[in-house]
Design a protein around this ligand. Structure first.
Ligand code: MEV
Length: 363
């Protein structure tokens, strides 16, 4: 069972709770942790701060480690769905998560190239030096490759230079954009054309997370629920109108973790929905199946460009505190937790939909 809110405050009053300092505890007890002065350093035109509810769910077991997970979300029902999903998957295999490396892609668009073949040869001949230049602006993040793709557009072939950067534990947008901007003048010269835009891609297919979970059939009071969840998943597989709502249920959980930890929810959401349609048809990011023994098995896969250092993560006091409580030290671990919460919110939503219906939980 998950601790209710008052249990959280009881735990907080214990001296050694999660090694929080008195100041950090005060930040929670104050019920609102963003001073206007800090907000003004985050963006332009600030007039106030806008609060949404924050809470924690406990005992999310990912790869054997138990997490206390912060969730910033305003929608009634979602946290109950996440708790249901966690309870079900913890009762079986727990969450098994895997990540790829933390590689982000930067894109440099070049137009008006007189000779595409010559331009490509010139740029590739300089690849080694270009990577050395890119790496002159960071000691921690590393540009590891540069590739060229010529895409078909309504104005004919267009050259896109792609820079692959291992951004480690940062989200990576700043360093990717900075490296692309640094290389653009040289690349423009080598191409004989004109660089138009240079920016990272939010379709982070080289920074993926995959989360699986299995629940033995005997852990369901009513074994027909498994078949109903599988049929709901098949519906999402076949119909984009359902798939998008299925995926919205996943992103309810993912974005709640990302918002609480100061991450860019729009970046991950854009990447998730693009990935959902990468084969030319919009599909669900997760699937639920029944194995030969009748157990329920679910798997979720999505791009996960998140960071535990840099950006808002290092500025917003509550985001810093949430990360400390979550106790993740790498972007990989944060992505796996967010993915596991996404699988939980998805399972909890499907469970609710095939049993009581969604309006019962929202009352
Ligand atoms: C509501 O925020 C999310 C759900 O619509 C997800 C789903 O339909 O799977 C309940």
């Amino acid at each position: 069972m998950q601790p209710p809110t008052n249990t959280f405050f009881k735990l907080l009053s214990e001296k050694a709770f999660l090694q929080l300092s008195d100041e950090e505890k005060q930040l929670i007890l104050k019920r609102g942790g963003l001073k206007i002065g800090i907000a003004e350093t985050m963006r332009e035109n600030v007039i106030s701060t806008f609060q949404i509810p924050l809470g924690f769910v406990s005992d999310l077991k990912v790869n054997g480690k138990s997490y206390f997970v912060p969730l910033a979300i305003e929608e009634r029902g979602v946290v109950s769905q996440i708790i249901k999903g966690i309870e079900l998957i913890n009762s079986g295999s727990g969450f098994i998560a895997k990540s790829t490396e933390s590689i982000m892609i930067g894109q440099i668009q070049i137009v008006n190239i007189p000779d595409l073949i010559k331009a490509e040869q010139n740029i590739l001949a300089e690849k080694k030096n270009l990577l050395v230049d890119a790496n002159s602006i960071s000691t921690t993040r590393k540009a590891i490759d540069l590739q060229i793709k010529n895409i078909d557009t309504k104005f004919g072939k267009m050259m896109i230079v792609e820079l692959f950067i291992d951004v480690k534990d940062s989200m990576g947008a700043n360093i990717v954009d900075s490296m692309c901007e640094l290389l653009a003048p040289t690349i423009e010269q080598l191409s004989g054309g004109r660089v138009n835009i240079r920016i990272l891609s939010n379709l982070a297919t080289k920074r993926m997370v995959k989360v699986k979970g299995k629940i033995p059939y005997e852990n369901f009071n009513d074994s027909s629920i498994i078949e109903k969840i599988v049929k709901a998943s098949i519906f999402a597989d076949a119909d984009p109108y359902r798939a998008v709502t299925h995926n919205k249920g996943i992103m309810n959980g993912v974005s709640a973790v990302l918002l609480a930890t100061g991450n860019d929810t729009r970046a991950v959401e854009a990447g998730a929905h693009a990935y959902a349609s990468i084969q030319g048809k919009y599909t669900p990011l997760s699937n639920w199946k029944q194995d030969s023994k009748g157990n329920l098995y679910g798997c979720l896969q999505l791009p996960m460009s998140v960071g535990v250092v840099g950006g808002i993560v290092s500025v917003h006091p509550l985001a810093k505190l949430c990360l400390k409580i979550l106790d993740v030290k790498s972007s990989e671990a944060l992505g796996q937790v967010a993915g596991a919460i996404g699988l939980s919110s998805n399972l909890g939503a499907l469970y609710t939909l095939v049993t009581t219906g969604i309006t019962a939980i929202s009352k």
